[in-house]
Ligand binder design. Sequence first.
Ligand code: PMP
Length: 353
Amino acid sequence: MTSTLAAALAGDGKRTAPPIGEDILAHIGCTPLVRLNRIPQSLGVKATVYVKCEFFNAGGSVKDRIAKRMVLEAEKSGRIKPGDTLIEPTSGNTGIGLALVGAVRGYRTIITLPEKMSAEKVAVLRALGAEIVRTPTEAAWDAPESHIGVAKRLQQEIPNSHILDQYCNVDNPLAHEYGTAEEIWEQTGGKVDMLVAGAGTGGTVTGIARGLRKHHPGIKIIAADPHGSVLALPEDLNKSTEGYKVEGIGYDFIPDVLDRELIDKWYKTGDKESFAFARRLIKEEGLLVGGSSGSAMAAAMQEAKGLKEGDVVVVVLPDSIRSYLSKFADDDWMVNNDFMTADELEKPDASKS
Ligand code: PMP
């Protein structure tokens, strides 16, 4: 038996099963940290690269953490009570998190969602009992027809309704400062030199940066922002005005919860490299991730080339392939959108070149 196989089998025997949860919200947070064994090595990266597998959260994404914290803290302060209506503008995952927490704790949820977001996310939202309003993807954030504008209008019309507002709510970054960051510190045994995450609202990268810097002020924080978004610094990185197909990261305004000054370096990422890396994470590492995980990996692999053996990198993988079965996970979709050629499909390793 190989030593790796023996260790894996012995490890299985020693694992303790989690205790019975009072409800499924007990399974938000405490996600696995897993070492990458192929992709960094194939690119000549000497550092050890771990990935934080947020698709293990109960609702399937990193955003379950903020949904749970925003609802429970709002209940604690008396702002909301079961039976009320929660309205949220989202790219889908916060909506799924809120609909799940809403199902468990007794809230009606209405989600305003740009047309761009996948049919799979809509199906999950519907299954959780959420009501969905689709809005034009191209609407500027401050236009009345945008997902944010429509949510505000509905909130004025519906009694006992609330927008917890992930873009401004301090419990968004706090969920990561007190949750995700502490888990990473504990799981790495206090040895982490660089953290890489994509930015949408920016809550993930801001909260993790604050949390990890309490332990290690010198940690390097790297963020990924798609071409066509305006979140990166310096500003001249944000020249492109193209649309992009990766879901969940990038915006046309700077959310209040994003503290751009905490980020040491921004990488602008393209759809093609993001989907190529997401497909490699799935195929070569067995990690069933979504497209923005590929964006974070693209940034991480560039920056990690400057690190040495023994350095430790953690990359946040925000969500799951589940939401993209008809998109980047589908070969025909990749070819039809010019992200791959039919020829490359025959050669699974083409994305390495
Ligand atoms: N990836 C995906 C798939 C997401 O849904 C989100 C949330 N919009 C992010 C990354 C970015 O997370 P955050 O909003 O915390 O920056």
